[in-house]
Write a protein that binds this ligand. Structure first.
Ligand code: ZN
Length: 178
């Protein structure tokens, strides 16, 4: 099976607020398998459905404890602040120090339809917050000031003109959440 294409900046699906998942079925299991494959290939530690053109509220991830899926996630609590150099394969080749809450409590469902409740810190917490943004049509660029945004868009447009939407940059120390 052909691997899924990861959408990059400029694709309107990345700006859309994704819709709730209503059925956790075999089709969703298959899509999640394919998304995990694309995520490991990239490589990244998370991949949200809108990044492969599916405007639905779920994401796959693996921060070192094996492949996992979170469906219809909701952040119910957060605390503290943590700055981290954050990258995204949909905004290829660039990363920024972004301040976000350090701790979060997130709830949702797994692929078996079971309720999940996770309290996460630092990198794991950052991963969930990054993927949640994708479900809400938000990209890293939305955290930058006007000048930083202009500069980033200039670089991205040039890269997209040269390479199209199939950009696969060398991660070079950038943490790609995807
Ligand atoms: Zn991302």
């Amino acid at each position: 099976m052909e691997s899924l294409e990861i959408r990059v900046f400029g694709d309107p699906v990345l700006k859309r607020v994704a819709e709730d998942v209503h059925d956790i079925d075999g089709a969703l299991v298959t899509v999640c398998d394919r998304m995990l494959e694309a995520m490991y290939q990239a490589p990244g530690i998370g991949l949200a459905a809108p990044q492969v053109g599916i405007s639905k509220r779920f994401f796959v991830y693996d921060y070192g404890e094996g492949p996992k899926v979170l469906i219809n996630p909701v952040i119910v609590d957060f605390d503290g602040e943590w700055e981290y150099d954050e990258g995204c394969l949909s905004v290829p080749g660039l990363s920024w120090n972004i301040v976000r809450p350090k701790l979060i409590h997130i709830v949702g469902h797994d692929l078996g339809g079971k309720e999940v409740s996770i309290e996460a810190d630092e990198l794991e917490s950052r991963l969930y917050q990054h993927e949640m943004d994708h479900l809400n049509g938000k990209l890293l660029l939305d955290y930058l000031d006007e000048d930083e945004q202009k500069e980033a868009k200039k670089i991205l447009r040039k890269m997209i003109m040269r390479h199209g939407s199939s950009i696969r940059p060398d991660p070079n120390g950038i943490q790609y959440f995807e």
